[in-house]
Design a binder for this molecule. Structure first.
Ligand SMILES: [Zn+2]
Length: 188
């Protein structure tokens, strides 16, 4: 092997090493900042739902520092020209304001109001749990506007997916449902 080939191999190895070294914070930034988040709007002091440009943050982290910018807010398009001051809240604690984590935490330790089965934290592969409203109608948590979730958590109760499906069927097709009362077990 000539000296030139050795130098080329060394430079390539260095370049790959440098790329991987910079790619790690980039990938981390992408996973840290993707997803819908809840923040308190500094203007209205109300809960709003926002999205951060995660890919842009990843590129920023790859080059030097993650640069944060909103791509969506529940107050847009009316307030699209705002100063995006809420980004500070996300920067301080990106995990705690993630809607998925907030919802997961709310269901954790709670049981379904119908079957009393424990619902527990959310899993990406599972069916989504639901909520029972004061109107006695069940709704999947994903169908609720994220910015309304905090208020909904105050007025609604947890329902598991199975009971949500059963209750929805019961509500939409009451003529097809037969309510049987369970016979008590015979005591010997
Ligand atoms: Zn249930």
């Amino acid at each position: 092997m000539t000296v030139t080939v050795l130098i080329v191999v060394a430079v390539l190895a260095l370049a790959v090493g440098l790329f991987v070294f910079r790619a790690i914070p980039g990938v981390r930034a992408y996973f840290d900042y993707r997803g819908k988040r809840l923040i308190t709007c500094p203007e209205t002091h109300k809960v709003e739902a926002v999205d951060v440009a995660a890919k842009e943050a990843a590129v920023g982290a790859f080059l030097s520092e993650p640069t944060l910018r909103l791509t969506e807010c529940s107050r847009w398009p009316e307030r699209q020209d705002c100063g995006q001051e809420c980004l500070q809240q996300i920067e301080v604690d990106p995990k705690n304001c993630l809607v998925w984590n907030i919802v997961s935490k709310w269901y954790e330790g709670k049981s379904c109001v119908f079957c009393h089965k424990q619902i527990g934290p959310l899993h990406h592969i599972d069916h989504v749990p639901a909520l029972l409203g004061p109107d006695h109608i069940t709704v999947e948590w994903k169908q609720i506007h994220p910015q309304e979730l905090m208020d909904v958590f105050e007025s609604h109760r947890p329902v598991c997916w199975n009971c949500h499906v059963a209750e929805t069927f019961r509500r939409l097709h009451p003529e097809l449902v037969v309510n049987r009362t369970l016979e008590p077990k015979r005591i010997r």
